[in-house]
Design a binder for this molecule. Sequence first.
Ligand SMILES: Nc1nc2c(ncn2[C@@H]2O[C@H](COP(=O)(O)OP(=O)(O)O)[C@@H](O)[C@H]2O)c(=O)[nH]1
Ligand SMILES: [Mg+2]
Length: 329
Amino acid sequence: MPANLPPKYFDIEKKLKTARDSREKIEIMEELLAIIPKHKGTEKLRALYKTKIAKLRVQDKKKPATSHQGTTYTIEKSGAGQIVMLGPPNAGKSSLLKSLTGTEPKIADYPFTTHAPSPAMMKFENIQIQLVDTHPISADFIDVWHSELLKNADAGLFVLDLGAPDSRDDLLTVMAQLEEKRIEFVADETGQSSSRQIPYRRILVVANKADLDSSGEKARLLREELEGTFDMTAVSATMGTDMEELKARLFALLRVLRVYSKAPGKDVDKTDPFILPEGSTVNDLAKAVHKDFAEKLKYARSWSRRTYDGQRINRDFVLSDGDIIELHL
Ligand SMILES: Nc1nc2c(ncn2[C@@H]2O[C@H](COP(=O)(O)OP(=O)(O)O)[C@@H](O)[C@H]2O)c(=O)[nH]1
Ligand SMILES: [Mg+2]
């Protein structure tokens, strides 16, 4: 047995004996791979698991329909958008989900507590955004759950531990591997994809455990290293610091607008906005309100930062977040 295996290795390894099927075995072995330290002494062990996983995968494919076949690896979307949380073990994904949504995922001071993706709703001002916690991702372990969830999601949130060494390299390796699976991420600010064929999603990097970096020096370094590649914000999930700023940045990541439709002569209801993609027009709003409205629309009036109150506008008017629009049919 090679030296320097963390105690958690042995706890996880025990689960192999009771694994119900090959899929579960693969998952456990992938977890093991993610925590086995990388050095000469562990090379053989890592190779062994990789071979076993490959064999199980082949066997699995030959089998006729089993219970997990037909599984859809997506979580039904809800609210203004869906953001998938990613990160290495123990980065604090589950703690962050709890801090942002108030719901309690399974958290323990132990990696791989979160197996199945766990969705929860985060309130931001007057809307709800869906966050999905996932099990750890690493260069050695990108599960089908990760890739399938990401393909369907609106954006990603990569959680890093400010106290961990090599977090930047881990992030970049995982991103490169996702790209091979045709999932590409870009920073919110640039919004540009390097390759046109691959649809891209925006991602925000959250450097967690800022309470362990009191001088802010580690966060500053990491931000510098990621500059031009990914946007980063530092928070402490357990202390709950900078959560409001993070929520606003997550909303911005979705690139959607909240628009309020008001009937002529009536008050506006600000509790239930229409959520439309950035760039939407009055015509798009009319369609969203009722399938016939776009056709019947004669003109509209707007209460917006870009108009005077009640200004008459036409259907091509490009909306911005917070606009109140009165549709006249
Ligand atoms: N000091 C500190 N510890 C944290 C913070 N966030 C999470 N942790 C701790 O890190 C460990 C892993 O957290 P968890 O949320 O389970 O991480 P996950 O594996 O990424 O879901 C737990 O012991 C948490 O209490 C933080 O902001 N500061
Ligand atoms: Mg977790």
